[in-house]
Design a protein around this ligand. Sequence first.
Ligand code: F6R
Length: 265
Amino acid sequence: MTQTMESVMVEDRQADGILAGIFASGDEAQAAAARRLAETIRGKAERGKKCVLGLATGSTAVGIYQHLIRMHREEGLSFANVTTFNLDEYYPLEPTDVQSYRRFMFERLFDHVDIDPANVHLPSGTAAVDEVTAHCAEYEAAIAAAGGLDLQLLGIGRNGHIGFNEPGAEASSRTRMVHLHPVTREDAAGDFGGINNVPATAISMGVATILSARQIVMVALGAKKAAIVRQMVDGPVTPDVPATYLHRHPNVAVFLDEPAASQLR
Ligand code: F6R
């Protein structure tokens, strides 16, 4: 078990399929996640195959992408074989808006590596209302046509959301329009200059979309995630905490810093 983790890890523990690695700092946890992504990309490239990544936005992802950019510049990590599908996008929102996840991904990662922009996919924040259902079905079809997700990167919301699968999300859910939970909107309020400016809705991959990935890597950092990390790792599977659905996946690694791990039994 420890061999799959890095030497900087302070401790690891396994609960019902979820392997949690606890690192001395957030940066080390982010670096470990970046290495996992890089290994997956290189492993596929060595076999002449495309690598399909499910990606996340949010503050936790920023440091992971900084490590990937550094590996691209210093270690020759190439994204030429990479296709990406992001978890979610606010709706409605223009792709040029500062809060847009499309803009986030280009500014934080894609503009700095050798990925072909044609291989980048995010749900649209501008699809017409009556076209959203078809757009979501096309997003799912595009993931399937790409061969499915080799690795899905996740963060976790304080309410246990994964992607924007908020409390109550069904295990069978696929990409669809979702209503954002008050805690999610509160956490996004800073980015939008007040909670009233945070969109009420978003388009998110579903729980079933996420669980269809061959490998899942979650990173959770900081004391404010400690209570929900404990519920995810030690609690029963419940729609009230969508991250607990990860217990149903055979290959999940959770990378934590010590504050985020502080309430684990
Ligand atoms: C982002 C996403 C969310 C975040 C989660 C954690 O695309 O889907 O589930 O991963 O809200 O966000 P941070 O990292 O900002 O705490």
